[in-house]
Write a protein that binds this ligand. Structure first.
Ligand SMILES: CC(C)(COP(=O)(O)OP(=O)(O)OC[C@H]1O[C@@H](n2cnc3c(N)ncnc32)[C@H](O)[C@@H]1OP(=O)(O)O)[C@@H](O)C(=O)NCCC(=O)NCCS
Length: 170
């Protein structure tokens, strides 16, 4: 089992994995759309692969915090582990590798809309603690953020603008 950057031949496997993990095709379609746009970062589309089989995938794409000023950030979405491999630490492995890569690349913060019991283990906190809002309707504790650079979000406010693929599909 290895974690590596997505390759062109992984495209189909990533779509199928997302369909299986989420029980619908929306997330796979979002990945396909982001891949063709300006917010795609090849180094931050990571797969967990066993031989040529895709068992997990995580995507971070460029986003903006839009308030009086505009700041670059990342959003984590989607993330999936194949159902038969869930709860064995594979998601944690992928997520930690993604956080490390994003930090090394110089990104300062990441937002995620997801399970409020899952992401805090990795250092995510409620985004509302920084007065930064989710563009989608969501419970307050489900929209979270992590600072990769200490204090990166402390002087920022606004709404996070995701890639338009998320609007079109949701
Ligand atoms: C969410 C998901 C990516 C987690 O991956 P995973 O490999 O199962 O997670 P891990 O084994 O690394 O889990 C680490 C910890 O989180 C817990 N956890 C896993 N999934 C969880 C969930 N959905 N909600 C809350 N806690 C969860 C595990 O029990 C484990 O806890 P522990 O460290 O106390 O033992 C995976 O379950 C999945 O693909 N789910 C379906 C798609 C999905 O919901 N994606 C995320 C959208 S926000």
């Amino acid at each position: 089992m290895i974690v590596r950057q997505e390759q062109p031949e992984d495209k189909e496997g990533i779509f199928e994995l997302n369909a299986l993990a989420f029980g619908q095709e929306d997330e796979g379609q979002i990945v396909d759309k982001i891949r063709t746009g300006e917010n795609y970062i090849p180094e931050l589309s990571l797969v967990l692969a066993h031989e040529d089989k895709i068992m997990g995938h995580i995507l971070f794409s460029k986003a903006k915090i839009k308030g009086e000023q505009e700041h670059e950030t990342l959003v984590l979405a989607p993330m999936a582990i194949t159902p038969t491999f869930q709860k064995r630490g594979m998601g944690s492995l992928l997520l930690r590798e993604g956080l490390r890569t994003a930090e090394k690349m110089g990104f300062e913060s990441i937002f995620v809309l997801g399970h409020p019991e899952y992401y805090p283990k990795f250092g995510f906190k409620k985004a509302s603690d920084w007065n930064i809002k989710c563009p989608f309707e969501a419970p307050d504790n489900a929209f979270m953020a992590i600072e990769l650079v200490e204090g990166a979000l402390s002087n920022k406010e606004g709404v996070v603008e995701y890639d338009e693929a998320f609007q079109e599909t949701s």
